[in-house]
Design a protein around this ligand. Sequence first.
Ligand SMILES: *Cc1c(COP(=O)(O)O)cnc(C)c1O
Length: 375
Amino acid sequence: MINFNIPYLSESELVNINETVRKLHFQGNGEFSKKAENYLSNLTGTTKIFLNASGTQALEMSALLMGIQKDDEIIMPSYTFSSTANAFIMRGARIKFIDIHPEDMNMDENQIENAITTKTKAIVPVHYGGVSCNMGKLMRVAHEFDLKVIEDSAQCINSYYKDKHLGTIGDVGIFSFHETKNIQCGEGGATLINNKAYYDKSEILIEKGTNRTRFVNGEIDHYTWVGIGSSFLVNEITAAFLYSQLKDIDKVTKKRIDLWNYYYNAFSNIQELELAKIPDYAKPNGHIFYIKTKDNKTREKLRLYLKKKGVDARTHFIPLHSSPYGLGHTQFIGEDKYTTAESNKLLRLPMHYFLEYSDIDYIKKVIIDFYKNHA
Ligand SMILES: *Cc1c(COP(=O)(O)O)cnc(C)c1O
């Protein structure tokens, strides 16, 4: 069986965890948490970064940080994971979905203005598969209408818009280190605070509404409850695990990009398939490799054929506006020209650090055979 994903492992997870256990420091904000945060700071150029227990939590923290309230409107693509919308729905906000570009499945920045009302507070671009949205145009619209930008860069460790790391362009950005992401610690995430206006509030939010950060920094003698907040910290054992992985980021990214290019070259002359088009401004991290078939029926036939031949290929997001909860609780603005149609045709192929080039040769053989004899 060619697995869809095998989580990355470095060689030092257990070494770091051993050290943590010996030191008897298990709560958040320990040495490995700091090391991982500093590592991410150096990689991205954003100085204020918090590790969280998940990308979902990072999104929830971002919504609180932006002060999102009941009836505020948030613009995002429908082609995303439930957490992107949930974080804002939990605060009572209304979700306004807009369509995507068929070439890269990212939100169509030209549709944003159409969805803006006097109640709009924020735009939430999702960089699908680590491929950057058109952040130049998007940020111009955000400034013009005085809107906050929260980048759902969950899949984007080591991905860039021009020379800027994704997640560093909006007011805040988030990462996920879920087992399925390029760098992982089972469940984990991070929040990047790019707008200095949120520095103080972020320190209070993450420490359960207390000013403990100032206490830890030696600025005050006792800490106390000063605002709302939650337990958004990751525990030190998880941080120790994560740090061992972060140090391999260049190696992991390079391998995934090489595999992605190998797939792309191998598949570009299979006429029945459509492949992604990566915009010039995007420098992605090889998080996802997907193909598109001519329709939903063919996709399902191909998926099952691959499975029979030992290849685990997967569909992806069911557009949120047409999902059971989304139907009653969200709104799609403008025409759904591509979101539903394109997601119905999309099939993700195995992609992980341990994939072999010969696996890709085999997958290609199976797909060619499918179109010849079974489509
Ligand atoms: C993975 C992912 C999330 C959620 O991250 P978790 O760490 O699993 O909570 C959110 N948004 C997108 C686009 C994702 O891919």
